[in-house]
Each structure stands twice: as C-alpha cells, then as structure tokens.
Design a protein. Structure first.
Length: 493
C-alpha cells in the first residue's frame, strides 16, 4: 500500500536526525547478506480463525468485507507506542503485525480470504537498514510464504492493496472503519443513496464481529484461563511487597504487576487501577501517584493480557495493615454478598439485565442497613429512581475476551438486553464508593471504596468462577495476604 504521512515526517520510515550515508557505504551495505528462512509451521489454532471467518462470510453473502488491524500510534514526536493489533482483525486472523488488512472477497459459494501485509525487507533497496520498518530496526518480518504457512491464509504484498480497494463497489463493500485512515479513505462511505456520517452498513459489520465473539470456543477459554492464572500470580507478587506498617507508592505496586504481565503475557490488558485510600472511590483511577497507608484499604483492578491478546480483569481490595476494621468489613461483606448473588444467578437463558438487578438489589439492601437510602429498597430499585446508584454508579460487569470490554459493538438486544448463553465469559464486579466530599454519608465512611471482580464462564450447569484461586471472602483475604507476606519477594520465572 502506498505510504502516506500527514504529520510532516518522511514517508520512507527515516527520521530527520538520521545521518547522511555516502554512496560507498550504501553500496557496501547492499552486499554480502545471507538469505534466511523462519522455521514456521501452521499454528494449532488456525482452524479456529478459519471458522470465525466462515461465520462472518455467511452473514454477508456476496459482499466484500475489509478488516484492517491499524498501525502504530505516535506517543510523542517520533516515538510510538508498542503496537497492539486491532482486536477484531486478530480475532479473525491471528496476525499481530501492524498495517495488515484482511479482505474477504465473494467467490460465489462464500468468500476468499486474502491477507495484505508488509513482507520482510528487500535487500534490493535500502529499507532494511534505513527505514524504521526495516529489518535491522524492528527485526525479521515474515515473508509472504512464511506468513501464509503460519496463518493458513493467502498473502499479498501490502503495496498492492490500493489497487485492490480501488476496484471495489461501495454498495457491495463493508469496512471495519476507524482503524486505518488510508483504508477508510480508499473505500467510499456508502449508506444508501446518500453518504452521511458513519454508514449503517459498516456498523452492521462491526456488530456482526462483536456478536460472534460473545461465545468463546474451547481454545479461547484456555487463553482466558492462562491470562487469569498469570493475573493471580501478579496479585500475589504485589501482596508480597506490600508493607503492613508503612506506606509505598501506588506506582511501585503497578510496576510489580506490570513486570508479571510482560513476563507471563503480552502486557497489561488495560491501565492498572491501584487506588489507595480515597483513590479507591475513583472508578478509573490510573494516575496511581498516591501512597498506601496502614489502616486504609487498597483497591487494585488489574489484568494480564496473554500472548494471544485475551485478557483477565480482576479486582481485589486489601486491608493494608492485614485486617479489616469492623466498618470496612461491613461494607466489604455487602459487596461480597452482591457479587455472590450475581454469580449464583448466572446460567444460560438469564438476561444480562436481570444479573445486574440481582447484584444491585443486594447493594441497595446493604445501603439501607447502613442507613443511607433516603427511600425504601423497592423505591430505590424502581427504574424511575435508582437513587442507590449514587454510591455504585456502574453496572455489575461486562463481557470479557480479546478485549477487556469485549463485544462492545454488539447490538443492545443481543448484549445488554439479551440473554446469556453457554460459552459467554463476563465479569461480575459490584462495588460501593463513598466519596470524600459526600455529606450524605457518615464521616467514617467517606473515602471508602470497595469493588470485588471476578471472571465468570457461563456453562450448561451455571457459572464457573475462573479467577477463584484469588480469595474473595474477608477472612480468606486476610489469611491470603498474611501468607503472601510470609512467602516474601518472588521474581517471575
């Protein structure tokens, strides 16, 4: 695909501070290189990707589908974030390289899948040692043949994509938009006789992929379990360095978990939330510049993303000094009871909304016991009121998979208003948060935030807590924390 830059930087992958090379050096660099091959074979999960593409193909007969992965994102000036492939693209291909594009072309009986990719650096030009895409800068890329062997997909050089896209009829093409500006521009937006805003046709493609992801196959469940198990080890690592008698930085704890995530997986699945004291009341606290204090609580919402991008999402609250106070335990037990009620309610056929209401009623009852509800529990639960949400704000959970908030483009009627099915994986994570500035709660509750979150698989017989190896009950949490501290520091390995 033709390189285009809009930020004023060279399109050939070089930078303004690169040195000039004399002709003699360039000639010398172009010779004397041995050819190599990568020892690749078909990945064992290749049939899974093929089944997903076939299911997507069946949903859009006779239409061309274009699914890009996206490219590297600028962090600052000429530095970029570590690349993470687009989730839907990775779900359909297993490819993790930037800039690739999957095209499904109708063939009469289904679709032919073609992967457009940037192959390894040619030795016939200077890219391999001058360009930031080059092999001496980023490492050995696959050849077209190597990538095809590994993923079971026909591959074509990315430079040929422009011509292929130019041939497509917009009325018979759907694009997963928002990932690759060049692809978005190359395929005209089509939404009936007029082009207006985000086309409904493209939204339908995004929804179809999301809804395929609702049911996890056996391989995906294994990937999630691996990520969850690594996450449990990460929580253990953090507990082992958490002092009971003095404060430490939230960022130290964030970093300890990140070490486990990079060692045992690809990365963290999302920005880790490490909230000490009143920071636990901020739902998406990711600054992590606070300090733990003995006597206060520590909320940690963290998850390891595995090598194949499936992520865990687990939250635990620890008493820094090792023991919950009576009031802390009272609030903790309310949240635990809410979560347990939700987990026990889950089975195929129950609605997502009813799981939510099950968890929320227990929270509302607990708030009434604390003397905080200004109305009865039934009045608080009425959809015209929901005043209990002042102290919880969010829902009970979300789908989990190759994204921490998986299946986010699924239609409302199949997700939020839909029923759970066997093979769904979702979080159950009720919480109560009493803001430091809230004058409607007693002073001793202000700044207390508690959330308990686990990753749950829906099976034919009910729910399986995939993160059950991390204790949840208050007594068990205290015992577990003491055991980790006794075990002492452990390096991944």
């Amino acid at each position: 695909m033709t390189e285009e830059r809009t930020d004023g930087k060279p399109a050939d992958g070089t930078e303004s501070h690169d040195p000039d090379f004399p002709p003699a050096f360039l000639a010398f660099m172009r010779q004397g290189w041995r050819d190599t091959t990568l020892p690749v074979g078909p990945r064992p999960e290749v049939p899974n990707y093929a089944k997903r593409r076939a299911a997507l193909s069946a949903a859009f007969p006779g239409e061309t589908l274009v699914i890009p992965t996206g490219g590297e994102k600028v962090r600052a000036n000429d530095t970029e974030y570590r690349f993470r492939p687009g989730s839907d693209f990775a779900y359909l291909t297993g490819d993790h390289d930037p800039d690739s594009v999957l095209v499904l072309r109708p063939n009469g009986s289904g679709h032919d899948a073609i992967l457009y990719m940037r192959p390894r650096s040619s030795r016939e030009n200077d890219e391999f040692f001058r360009s930031r895409h080059g092999e001496l800068w980023v490492g050995r890329r696959h050849t077209l043949t190597e990538k095809s062997t590994e993923l079971g997909l026909p591959t074509v050089d990315l430079t040929e994509l422009d011509a292929a896209l130019a041939e497509l009829a917009p009325a018979r093409t759907r694009v997963l938009r928002g990932f690759d500006a060049r692809v978005d521009a190359a395929v005209r937006v089509y939404d009936g006789p007029r082009d207006e805003g985000q086309p409904a046709r493209d939204r339908e493609l995004a929804s179809a992929v999301s809804e395929l992801k609702l049911v996890k196959d056996e391989w995906e469940i294994g990937q999630l379990q691996d990520a969850i198990d690594a996450t449990v080890r990460g929580f253990e690592d953090v507990a082992r360095v958490l002092p009971a008698d003095r404060g430490v930085s939230e960022r130290l704890l964030e970093g300890i978990f990140a070490l486990r995530a990079r060692h045992d997986g690809n990365d963290v699945g999302y920005g880790s939330i490490v909230g000490a004291g009143e920071h636990a009341t901020i739902l998406h606290w990711v600054h992590n510049h606070g300090v733990t204090r003995p006597g206060e609580l520590l909320l940690m919402d963290m998850g390891v993303e595995g090598q194949n991008l499936y992520t865990a999402d687990v939250t635990r609250v620890l008493p820094v000094n090792g023991r919950f106070t009576a009031l802390q335990r009272q609030v903790y037990d309310i949240v635990y009871a809410s979560q347990q009620a939700g987990i026990e309610f889950i089975k195929p056929g129950v609605t997502f909304k009813d799981v939510h209401l099950t968890c929320m009623r227990v929270l509302a009852e607990g708030l009434a016991e604390l003397g905080l509800l200004p109305v009865s529990v039934d009045e608080a639960m009425d959809e015209k009121s929901t005043v209990y949400r002042r102290w919880t704000l969010h829902g009970f959970g979300h789908m989990l998979g190759i994204d921490v908030h998986d299946c986010s483009n699924a239609r409302k009627e199949t997700y939020r208003d839909g029923a759970l099915g066997e093979g769904y994986v979702l979080t159950v994570e009720p919480g109560l948060y009493f803001q430091p500035e809230d004058e409607l709660v007693p002073e001793e509750l202000r700044g207390v935030g508690i959330r308990i979150e686990d990753d749950v698989l829906v099976t034919s017989s009910g729910a399986v807590n995939m993160s059950a190896d991390l204790p949840r009950q208050a007594d068990e949490v205290e015992t577990w924390l003491a055991e980790q501290r006794e075990a002492g520091l452990r390096l991944p390995g």
